[in-house]
Write a protein that binds this ligand. Sequence first.
Ligand SMILES: Cc1cc2nc3c(=O)[nH]c(=O)nc-3n(C[C@H](O)[C@H](O)[C@H](O)COP(=O)(O)OP(=O)(O)OC[C@H]3O[C@@H](n4cnc5c(N)ncnc54)[C@H](O)[C@@H]3O)c2cc1C
Length: 408
Amino acid sequence: MAQFDHIIVGGGVLGASIAYHLVRENAGSILLLERNTLASAASSKAAGLMLQVSTNTTKTALIRQTRDMVDILADELGEDVGFHKVGSLRLAASDKRISELDDMAADAANNDIPFEWMTPRDAGDLVPWLDVSSLRKVGFLPTDGYVDPYLLSMAYARAAAARGVEIRQQTAVTDIRAANGRVIGVDTANGPIDSESVIDAAGAWAAVLSAQMGYLLPMAPVRSHYWITKSDPAYGGDHPVTIMPDAGAYARPDVGAVLLGIQERHSATFDARELPGDLATFSPTVGEEHWDRLAEAAEGVGQFFPGIADAQFANYIAGLSAYTPDGKIILGPVPGLSGFLAAAGCCGSGISLSAGIGSAIADLALHRTPGVDISAFGANRFGSVDPFSTEFRECCATARANKSRNLV
Ligand SMILES: Cc1cc2nc3c(=O)[nH]c(=O)nc-3n(C[C@H](O)[C@H](O)[C@H](O)COP(=O)(O)OP(=O)(O)OC[C@H]3O[C@@H](n4cnc5c(N)ncnc54)[C@H](O)[C@@H]3O)c2cc1C
């Protein structure tokens, strides 16, 4: 029977990053299993924002590692990994947002992340569609930006493969095998594979996988979505990512167009057991009109982007992000089974967290203490939950709505 030192289940950005970080540490033989094709689920849908600070300070050190990693991967592969270093503007038009912005400035300073205060007028010079009249304070992070999420995922995978990771696509893991309280391998449609180190990076399905071992990871799939206008020179060039927490919205450039993300007060959630194994033909907006969701947000967004009233939206992208009730990730051992680790519940930030998570999981799999404090991310922090229940899923939707106000 085939045997590997480490098996990773799930070939999204997290699985690929974990594989890359493990092989960089000379962790022995590594197998990455993906039941469809690499980065075909959430990791190809993301807006790709790379924002190093937010109101959720537990993420900062992990995201910073990803920001560094885009340069490392570009050097290693000798090609662009799709990162646009356009910076990010953080807008504040209310006391609450000003106070959050002050906290973010302090967090940036603590983590050596460049942060500048900017006048509203200077912000307006950077983003031609922005109405600055209501702005009271603006922060600018020049090393933030956005990344093509598919290119970044594939960069991890290609760099991992070049260093010796074996990647098998179209290979579903059907079960986790265990004996005497520790993991001993996985079952796949093509037969069993042995390993005493298995990592659950199965995205929206991570709790379905862990449930096979009797542990329910506390996370649920929640809808995220954004719209893209037609290209128009009036929107300007590659302007900064623009975060509008007062409106629960963000925008970034997209090849001459504006990509506008609206974070709903109540997002649709799904029972992970009922999702198809391949989301290619799945829409989380079925039964609703997504234009209604955009219209609901238009008044708030119009305060900053008055052009929304006449904007011609040409594309709509919707997908699933796995959320937890407190908006923090799940990272570490799956309780009850030695050798089984989880990297899941990324709360809409898996692209920007990818290197930090990959590095921490590699440390844990090699029985080392991660360089970043991961104590906030334990799977058991909510006690025993049923992640498939409507009640639990509503808690995750609320976390999503809170993110929408704070952009955590
Ligand atoms: C609309 C939208 C916008 C977003 N914007 C951002 C953003 O701006 N910035 C950001 O950082 N993040 C963003 N995200 C979140 C980000 O996309 C996710 O957090 C990230 O892609 C999660 O990566 P993953 O590897 O955990 O999951 P996925 O990419 O979903 O990968 C999981 C993989 O596991 C595979 N799998 C599952 N079960 C099995 C099994 N049994 N056997 C084998 N394979 C299996 C699946 O086929 C899938 O390919 C956004 C998400 C959405 C939907």
